[in-house]
Design a protein. Structure first.
Lengths: 398, 317, 299
C-alpha cells in the first residue's frame, strides 16, 4: 500500500532535472577566450544510428572548419561558438534539437541537416519559419525548394545537386555510345530523388533506363543485376552512399559485367575506404562526383586546387585519416556561412541570406560555389567530374 | 493513500499544463510535446506489458501505424485532421485485434514472436510503400491540426496532447482498480491460477492488447500533427527496445511507471544530446542492471524500500 | 524460356543460398540457446557482427592470414558466449526465460554501442576464403565463398549431431531441453549447460559473420537485422529444432532472393518477417517441427 508515497519524491526530482536542461547546453567548442560577442553556429549530424559513418565524417569536417576559422582570428574578430547535437538518424529528435539550437543556444546559423535528406527537409521547415540561416550538408533538392513550393529564403545547400551529377554522367555515357543503362538507386532520400532526376534527363540523351531499386541493408545484388543483364545494358550505375555500393561492385565483377559495360557509382562513393574495401572489384570503375578526389590533377590556375589541397592536408593532420566528400560538405558549409557573416558585417538573417545569394565563384574543398536569388544549391554543374578508380586512387577522366 | 495519489495527480497535471505556457521557448514546448506523447505510448505499452505480462514488441510499429494512418488520410485523402486523428487508433485497434486473435491463444513466447514480426513488417512497409508513405524520405505536406477552420499553434496542440495524456493516466488508474485490472494482474502471475478462478485469459489479454494499441494509435496521430513530417526510422526496432527499457526502468504494472519511464527517456534525450556515444551505453547498462537486480523498476524498488523502512520504524503495524 | 532468364534464375538461387547459409547458422544459434534456457537470445545477431568486425580488423590491422582471422573470430565467439551467459543468466537474481530474453536485448544495445565507439563507426571488409574467381555454371557465376558458406552449414550440421549425440555436454543440453526438472533431479548442473549452449551459439554466430563479410561489408550496425531474420528462420524450423533451423535459414534466404529478383527488391526485407507471421498463425510449432514437445494449444 505504501507504493505511492515515494512518487512524491521521484517525480519532482526528475522534473527538476528536466527543467534544469534549458540552460544546460554544453559548449563544445570554447577555444580562444571570447573577447567579443561570439557568432553562434549549430550543427546537427547523426554520429550514431544508421547514418553514423556519414555523420561522423560530417561532424569532423565542421569541427575542423570551426577550429581553423577561430585560430585565424574568427569572423571579423568574433570567434565562432559551436554547438553540436546528434539526432541519431531520427527526425523527431532532430526537430527538438533544431528548436533547442534556435531557442536555447540562440544560434545565428545552422550548418548540417542530420546526415539524412529526410531530416534536413524537416529542419528546413523550422529554419524558414524562424528565419534562421540553414546550410544543409545533405543532397536532396527538396531541402532548399519543396517540390510544390517556392525557394526557401533562409535555406541553402553546400552539396552538389543530383540533377547535375546525373547530367554529367549521362553526357559522359552519350560520348561513349551508351544507349541502355541498368540503374540501381537505393530506397533512401539519397537514391530516390536521383531516380527522378535520371528519369527526367535520360530521354534527352537518347538513353533508356532499366531500374532496380534496392534497400541499403542488401547483402547481395546479383538477383537485381542479372535481371538487368537480360536487357544487355552498356552501363550499370548504382546510386547509394551505403556499403551496399561495395556489394554492387563485387557482384558486377562476379557476373563479369565489367567486361563489356561501364560500372559506375555516384558521388556517395567518392570515398577511398569504400573503394579499397571493394578490392579488385573496384579497379576500373567510374565515379561521378565533385572534383575533390582528383584536386591535385586540376590546373594550377584553378583556385580549387589550393582550397581542396588545404582541406585534405589539414584534415589528415587533425584526424589522421583520409578525408572524404562528406567531410568536405560540412567543412564548406561552415566556410560559406562564415564568409556571408563576414561580408554582411552582422548576423541579421536577411542580410546574411542576401550575402550568401551574392557569393560567386567561392572556392571550397569540393569546388567552386555560386549562389543567386534563384539558386540556393551553390556547387556549380561545372564542378562535377567523371573519375576512375585505379586501385589506389581516383584519376580524372572528364 | 488514495488522497495522496489524487494530490500527486493534480500537482503533476498543473505542472504539465503550466510549464510550457509560462515558458517563451518553442523548444521547451516541443520537449513537453515529446514527453506527453511518450507518456501516452508507454501508458499503452504498460497495459499489455506491465499489467498483462505479455511482451509486445510491436509497439513502435503500432505507433507508426497510427502516425501514418493519420498522415496518409490527411495528405492523400484530404480528410479533416480531427477525423484523421480519430481514424489512427481505430486502425491500430483493428490490427491489434487481428494480430492478437491467433497469437494470444498460444502459450509462452509466441505472442512476443508474433508482435516482433508484426512490428518489423510495419516498419519495413513504411519504408517500402513509397507511393503512399513517401518511403524513407518521409511523408510530407501534412497540414497543421485544425478545428472549425482554426489552425492550432504548437502550444495549442500541446495542450490537447497533455490533456489527453492526463486523461489516459486517469483511465488506466481506474482500470487498475477495476475487476479487469485485478484479473490482469492475477493473469500475469499465473495463467492457470487465473483460469481456475474463472478468468477468461484469452479475452482479457486480447482486450488489454487492443487497449494498448488504441493508446499507440493516438500517440501516432498526435505525433503526425505536431511534427507534420514523419519518417520510418522513428518506428524501427530500436524505439521498441527503448520503450520496453523505459517501462522496465519506470516499473511495469504501476500507474506512475510509464510517467517515470517517459521522463527518463526525455531527460536522457536532452542531457545526452551532446554526448551521443554515451546514450545507448548508459541506457543499456542501467537497463541490464534493473532487469538483473531490481525487477520492480524504480517505482517497485523504491516502494519495497519504503515499506521496509516503515516496518522498521513501526514494528507494531 | 530464354537462356538469359534461366541464368537469372540460377543466379538468384546462388544468391539465396549464400545469405541463407548465414541465416541458418544464426537460426541454429537461437535454437541452441532456446534449448538450454527457453529464452530468446537477442545477442545472436550481434555475434554475427562481432565475427565480421573481429575477422575484418584482424585482417586489416595485423595483416593476419585468413585462417588465423577465422580462429580469432571463433575465439571472440567463445568470449562473447561466456560474457552473455554471465551477464544475462548468472548475475540475474531470479533467472526466468522472459528475464533472460529481456536482459539479452539490453546487452545487445550495450555491445553495439561499445563496438561503435571502438571501431569509430568504420565498415570492415574480409577477403573470400579462397579467392573470388567465379565458377561459371552455364551463364551464371558461382562464387567460391557460396560453396564455403554452404560447406560450413553442412559441417555445422554434422558436428552438432555428433556433439548432441556423443558428448556429455551435448546430451546434457538435450536432456535439460526435454525436461529441465528431471535433468536437475538427476544431478545435471543446469548452469554449466546453459553456459555451454551460449558459447556454442556465439561461436556459430561469429563464424557466420566471418563468412558473410567477404560478400558484403560489416559494421557495428549490421547485426540486428540479420539476427531478426535468423530468428524468423528459427521459428520457421520450430524453435529448438536444430535441423529445422538449418534448413529454414536456407529457405528464408532463397525466398528472399527470389522475391528480390522477381517480385520487388524493395519488399525483400519484409519477406522474412511475413514468413514468421504466417508460420505463427498457421503452424506455430514450425513447418519442419515434429509435434512433440510443444504445448502450442491452450491448456
Amino acid at each position: 500500500m505504501k507504493t505511492r508515497t515515494h512518487i512524491a519524491i521521484v517525480i519532482p526530482v526528475l522534473i527538476a532535472l528536466l527543467a534544469g536542461l534549458a540552460g544546460s547546453a554544453v559548449k563544445v567548442d570554447a577555444a580562444g577566450a571570447p573577447s567579443q560577442e561570439p557568432i553562434r553556429i549549430g550543427t546537427l549530424e547523426s554520429v550514431t544510428g544508421p547514418p553514423a559513418y556519414v555523420g561522423d565524417k560530417m561532424k569532423k569536417g565542421a569541427e575542423l572548419a570551426v577550429e581553423e576559422i577561430n585560430n585565424a582570428g574568427g569572423i571579423n574578430g568574433r570567434p565562432i561558438e559551436w554547438f553540436f547535437y546528434d539526432p541519431a538518424g531520427d527526425t523527431e529528435t532532430a526537430v527538438i534539437q533544431t528548436r533547442r539550437l534556435i531557442d536555447v543556444n540562440k544560434v545565428d546559423a545552422i550548418v548540417g541537416g542530420g546526415s539524412q535528406s529526410g531530416i534536413a527537409i524537416a529542419m528546413a521547415q523550422i529554419a524558414e519559419e524562424t528565419k534562421t540561416i540553414f546550410i544543409a550538408t545533405e543532397g536532396a533538392r527538396e531541402i532548399v525548394k519543396p517540390s510544390d513550393g517556392k525557394l526557401r529564403k533562409y535555406v541553402f545547400k553546400a552539396t552538389i545537386n543530383d540533377t547535375e551529377i546525373a547530367a554529367k554522367t549521362l553526357e559522359y555515357w552519350k560520348g561513349q555510345g551508351v544507349a541502355k543503362v541498368g540503374f540501381l538507386p537505393d530506397n533512401t532520400g539519397f537514391g530516390q530523388p536521383a531516380l527522378q532526376a535520371m528519369e527526367e534527363q535520360a530521354p534527352d540523351h537518347g538513353i533508356t533506363l532499366f531500374v532496380e531499386t534496392f534497400d541499403t541493408s542488401v547483402t547481395d545484388l546479383t538477383p537485381q543485376l542479372s535481371k538487368l543483364a537480360q536487357e544487355k545494358p552498356q552501363a550499370y550505375f548504382a546510386w547509394t552512399a551505403s556499403p551496399a555500393g561495395v556489394v554492387f561492385l563485387k557482384n558486377a565483377k562476379q557476373l563479369g559485367l565489367s567486361e563489356n559495360a561501364i560500372i559506375q557509382n555516384c558521388f556517395g562513393f567518392a570515398d577511398e575506404r569504400f573503394m579499397e574495401q571493394a578490392g579488385d572489384a573496384a579497379i576500373g570503375t567510374f565515379v561521378t562526383a565533385p572534383k575533390l578526389p582528383v584536386y591535385d590533377e586540376l590546373a594550377d590556375s584553378d583556385p580549387v586546387k589550393e582550397s581542396a589541397g588545404k582541406f585534405v592536408e589539414t584534415y589528415r593532420a587533425k584526424f589522421n585519416e583520409a578525408p572524404n566528400l562528406y567531410a568536405a560538405e560540412s567543412y564548406d558549409g561552415i566556410y560559406l556561412v562564415a564568409e556571408a557573416f563576414k561580408r554582411a558585417g552582422s548576423t541579421e538573417p536577411d542580410a546574411v541570406a542576401r550575402e550568401l545569394e551574392s557569393l560567386k565563384d567561392f572556392s571550397g574543398a569540393q569546388g567552386k560555389f555560386s549562389f543567386s536569388s534563384e539558386k540556393h544549391d551553390g556547387l556549380s554543374a561545372s564542378e562535377a567530374a567523371v573519375m576512375k578508380w585505379d586501385g589506389t586512387r581516383f584519376t580524372f577522366v572528364e | 493513500m488514495k488522497k495522496n495519489n489524487i494530490l500527486i495527480f493534480i500537482g503533476f497535471a498543473a505542472f504539465l499544463i503550466l510549464a510550457p505556457v509560462i515558458s517563451p521557448d518553442q523548444y521547451i514546448t516541443s520537449v513537453f510535446v515529446s514527453f506527453c506523447i511518450k507518456i501516452i505510448l508507454l501508458t499503452g505499452l504498460n497495459v499489455i506489458l506491465g499489467f498483462a505480462g505479455q511482451m509486445s514488441m510491436a509497439h513502435a510499429g503500432f505507433y507508426g501505424l497510427g502516425a501514418y494512418t493519420a498522415g496518409i488520410l490527411a495528405v492523400k485523402l484530404s480528410l479533416p485532421p480531427l477525423l484523421a486523428l480519430i481514424a489512427a487508433p481505430v486502425a491500430v485497434a483493428l490490427v491489434a485485434f487481428v494480430l492478437g486473435l491467433p497469437s494470444l491463444r498460444l502459450h509462452g513466447n509466441y505472442f512476443g514472436m508474433a508482435t516482433l514480426g508484426a512490428g518489423m513488417v510495419l516498419y519495413l512497409v513504411f519504408g517500402a510503400a513509397r507511393n503512399i508513405t513517401g518511403g524513407p524520405n518521409g511523408l510530407m505536406g501534412i497540414p497543421a491540426f485544425s478545428l472549425a477552420g482554426h489552425p492550432f499553434s504548437l502550444k495549442e496542440i500541446y495542450l490537447v496532447i497533455a490533456c489527453f495524456a492526463l486523461l489516459g493516466l486517469l483511465c488506466i488508474n481506474n482500470l487498475s482498480r477495476s475487476h479487469m485490472g485485478f484479473a490482469l494482474r492475477a493473469l500475469s502471475v499465473s495463467e492457470d491460477g487465473a483460469a481456475s478462478v474463472g478468468i477468461d485469459a484469452f479475452r482479457l489479454k486480447l482486450s488489454a492488447f487492443v487497449v494498448s494499441g488504441v493508446f499507440a494509435g493516438f500517440a501516432g496521430g498526435f505525433q503526425t500533427f505536431q511534427s507534420r513530417f514523419i519518417t520510418p526510422e522513428t518506428f524501427a526496432f530500436f524505439p521498441t527496445v527503448l520503450m520496453i527499457i523505459a517501462i522496465v526502468l519506470g516499473g511495469g504494472g504501476t500507474q506512475w511507471g510509464p510517467v517515470i519511464g517517459a521522463l527518463l527517456l526525455t531527460v536522457a534525450d536532452e542531457l545526452l544530446a551532446v554526448y551521443p556515444d554515451l546514450k545507448p551505453l548508459i541506457l543499456g547498462s542501467v537497463f541490464i542492471l534493473i532487469v538483473l537486480r531490481f525487477p520492480g523498476g524504480i517505482i517497485g524498488t523504491l516502494g519495497t524500500y519504503m515499506a521496509q523502512r516503515q516496518e522498521k520504524e513501526d514494528p507494531a503495524s | 524460356m530464354n537462356g538469359l532468364f534461366a541464368n537469372t534464375i540460377i543466379q538468384v538461387i546462388f544468391a539465396g543460398l549464400t545469405i541463407g547459409a548465414v541465416y541458418s547458422l544464426v537460426a541454429v544459434g537461437f535454437s541452441i540457446v532456446y534449448m538450454g534456457t527457453r529464452a530468446i537470445n537477442f545477442m545472436q545477431g550481434e555475434y554475427v557482427m562481432i565475427g565480421g568486425v573481429v575477422a575484418g580488423s584482424a585482417y586489416e590491422v595485423w595483416n593476419l592470414p585468413v585462417p588465423a582471422c577465422l580462429a580469432l573470430a571463433a575465439g571472440a565467439g567463445v568470449l562473447a558466449g561466456v560474457i552473455s551467459e554471465a551477464i544475462t543468466v548468472r548475475w540475474m537474481r531470479r533467472p526466468s526465460p522472459s528475464g533472460i530474453t529481456v536482459a539479452t536485448v539490453g546487452l545487445a544495445v550495450v555491445l553495439k554501442a561499445i563496438v561503435m565507439i571502438a571501431t569509430d563507426r568504420k565498415t570492415f571488409a574480409f577477403p573470400p576464403f579462397t579467392g573470388d574467381t567465379p565458377i561459371k555454371i552455364g551463364g551464371a557465376a558461382l562464387l567460391p565463398q557460396t560453396l564455403w558458406n554452404l560447406g560450413i552449414v553442412v559441417a555445422a550440421a554434422v558436428l552438432l549431431t555428433l556433439f548432441f549425440r556423443y558428448t556429455r555436454a551435448g546430451v546434457t543440453i538435450r536432456a535439460s531441453a526435454d525436461d529441465a526438472e528431471t535433468a536437475k533431479a538427476m544431478g545435471v548442473s543446469l548452469i554449466t549447460t546453459v553456459r555451454q549452449s551460449f558459447i556454442l551459439a556465439a561461436v556459430l554466430g561469429t563464424i557466420a559473420g566471418a563468412s558473410l563479410t567477404p560478400i558484403t561489408l560489416i559494421s557495428f550496425n549490421s547485426g540486428t537485422l540479420l539476427g531478426l531474420k535468423g530468428f524468423s528462420a528459427a521459428v520457421l524450423g520450430g524453435l529448438g529444432n536444430m535441423y529445422g533451423a538449418l534448413a529454414s535459414g536456407l529457405i528464408i534466404g532463397l525466398v528472399e532472393s527470389i522475391g528480390a529478383g522477381f517480385i520487388s527488391s524493395l519488399y525483400s526485407n519484409v519477406i522474412a518477417f511475413a514468413v514468421l507471421l504466417f508460420v505463427l498463425f498457421v503452424k506455430p510449432a514450425g513447418i519442419l517441427a515434429k509435434q512433440q514437445g510443444w504445448d502450442h494449444e491452450k491448456k
